[in-house]
Design a protein around this ligand. Structure first.
Ligand code: KIV
Ligand code: ZN
Length: 515
């Protein structure tokens, strides 16, 4: 069967960032974008340029940093949005403007308060305007899966005539069902007279757990672009997971008439990078990238795999980047070896000073922990330490007394706004006592939404990685901290979240705020 190319459009940096608390800085976006480029994603949606100055600069930085993938910015079907997107993408090797407007009766009536003809007119104008910046314009019919078929045909035909080269019909609210959603694409392509001039695209949300199934059904019905995210990150229940789409079409070559150019051996490292930066841990049983995805517990399975691997394995762990020997470095490793390993993991240092700083932290970790794994290295440059967030609150010292039968007591010293402060507090456990002591100094009025701790590698000397989600006045942030001492990791994560709350600038949401 001769295969057609399936365009992989990654929206981790845009839709993924719409997950509450997943916002990323410019440097973090560039780091992820470089990894996506290495993975050989076709299109990277880097952000929503008009949302804030920070978003604009992040799109621009990704546009300048990435050479092999096309870089895209989202824009509502409005001249101002498109101008910001066009401006941010100047200098990109290959760019795309992705403009959208809602087309379902419910969205047009209640959100836009616009008649369908006006929506169509605005879409056409936006596409024509976007074509002044780039030949590559994508148009999305927001809430497509709940739109009326006749109107979808009209607006799709007009969009293609106006110059859109990709037509995306998203399942914005995760309402689609695989057979009906796939059939809709087939019918749309058969009905719209100029459909052969565009690539049709799917973009599915996972509210019913059907995002990947819906996307694959669309592919079986002629769609040749899938919009997806690493680890399925995204608005509400998330988007279709890139790693699942890619491995499904690769593993079931016998069924899918398409192939991607993805270098699957970088999937696990990319997943890890996204999870460390966003603070969204990957569940152990997550397909492809979960810690247990290739672990065989049952004796019967283990026996089968040892006799003949394919008895229970449909993919090879190493094909997606799981290493059998993950031990890479130790106390005696030199700067060159450390740098080379970071590069293999897709992490580059722009300046010698950055490398020196990470190398110092590597040595400190190697003193505590004899075996340094890839995951440890990734964590070394993770959000809590490497991000250029202003450190309004810095950990200076932490002492915790925890004894069976006694109430734990924490004494913490912080630099808060450059001033050294100390406080002590009791708590129901050592972490609770630490957080209460921090709050005595900071008085943040933030609500703790989530506290989670994961071991970065196996073994009791593993680093613990703590994620803390805080909310204050509707703003949600995720702080991440790691250390071989999980109470220290917890303090670092909490302070990181507080620093993010202090520094995060206001931005708006493409699908909720404004028209
Ligand atoms: O879910 C959605 O409809 C979107 C569009 C902006 C493509 O994210
Ligand atoms: Zn979406």
């Amino acid at each position: 069967m001769s295969k057609q190319h399936l365009v992989i459009f990654d929206t981790t940096l845009r839709d993924g960032e719409q997950s509450p608390g997943a916002s990323m800085t410019r440097e973090e976006k560039v780091r992820i974008a470089k990894m996506l480029e290495k993975l050989r994603v076709d299109v990277i949606e880097a952000g929503f340029a008009v949302a804030s100055q920070g978003d604009f600069e992040a799109v621009r930085a990704v546009a300048l940093a990435v050479k092999d993938s096309r870089v895209c910015s989202l824009a509502r079907a409005m001249t101002g949005d498109i101008d910001r997107a066009g401006e941010a993408l100047k200098g990109a090797n290959a760019s795309r403007i992705h403009t959208f407007i809602a087309t379902s009766p419910i969205h047009m009536k209640y959100k836009l308060n616009m008649a369908p003809d006006k929506v169509l007119e605005q879409a056409v104008k936006a596409i024509q305007h976007a074509r002044q910046y780039t030949d590559d314009v994508e148009f999305s019919l927001e809430d497509g899966s709940r739109s009326e078929f006749e109107f979808m045909c009209r607006i799709t035909e007009a969009a293609i005539k106006a110059g859109a080269r990709t037509i995306n019909v998203p399942d914005t609210v995760g309402y689609g069902e695989p057979a009906a959603y796939g059939a809709m694409f087939k019918r749309l392509m058969e009905t719209v007279p100029n459909s052969d001039l565009a690539i049709f695209s799917t973009h599915c949300h996972n509210d019913l757990g059907l995002a990947v199934a819906n996307s694959l059904s669309a592919v079986m019905n002629g769609v040749r672009q899938v919009e997806c995210t690493i680890n399925g990150l995204g608005e509400r229940a998330g988007n279709a997971a890139l790693e699942e789409i890619v491995m499904a079409v690769r593993t079931r070559k016998d069924i899918f008439p398409v192939e991607t150019r993805i270098q699957a051996e970088h999937i696990v490292a990319t997943s890890r990078l996204v999870s460390t930066i966003t603070g969204f841990a990957v569940q152990p049983n997550k397909a492809i990238v979960g810690a247990n995805a290739f672990a065989h517990e049952s004796g019967i399975h283990q026996d089968g795999v040892l006799k003949h691997r394919e008895t229970y394995e449909i993919m090879r762990a190493e094909d997606v980047g799981w290493k059998t020997n993950k031990l890479v470095l130790g106390k005696l490793s030199g700067r060159a070896a450390v740098k080379a390993r970071f590069e293999e993991l897709g992490i580059q240092f722009e300046t010698q000073a950055q490398l020196d700083e990470v190398f110092t932290r590597f040595k400190a970790l190697a003193d505590k922990k004899t075996e340094i794994f890839d995951e440890d290295l990734q964590t070394l440059v993770a959000k809590s330490q490497a991000t250029q967030v202003d450190e309004v609150f810095q950990l200076v010292d932490l002492e915790v007394c925890s004894k069976t039968g006694k109430t734990p007591l924490a004494t913490i010293q912080l630099k808060a706004h450059q001033e050294l402060k100390e406080a002590s507090a009791e708590g129901s456990g050592p972490v609770d006592a630490t957080y209460k002591a921090i709050e005595k100094i900071v008085n943040s009025r933030a609500a703790l939404l989530l506290y989670s701790v994961n071991a970065i590698t196996s073994g009791t000397d593993s680093q613990g990685e703590v994620t803390v989600r805080l909310e204050r006045r509707g703003q949600i942030v995720n702080g991440v901290g790691s250390d071989t001492d999980i109470v220290v990791a917890s303090a670092k994560a909490y302070l990181h979240a507080l620093n993010l709350l202090e520094s995060s600038a206001a931005r708006f949401h493409p699908q909720r705020d404004g028209v």
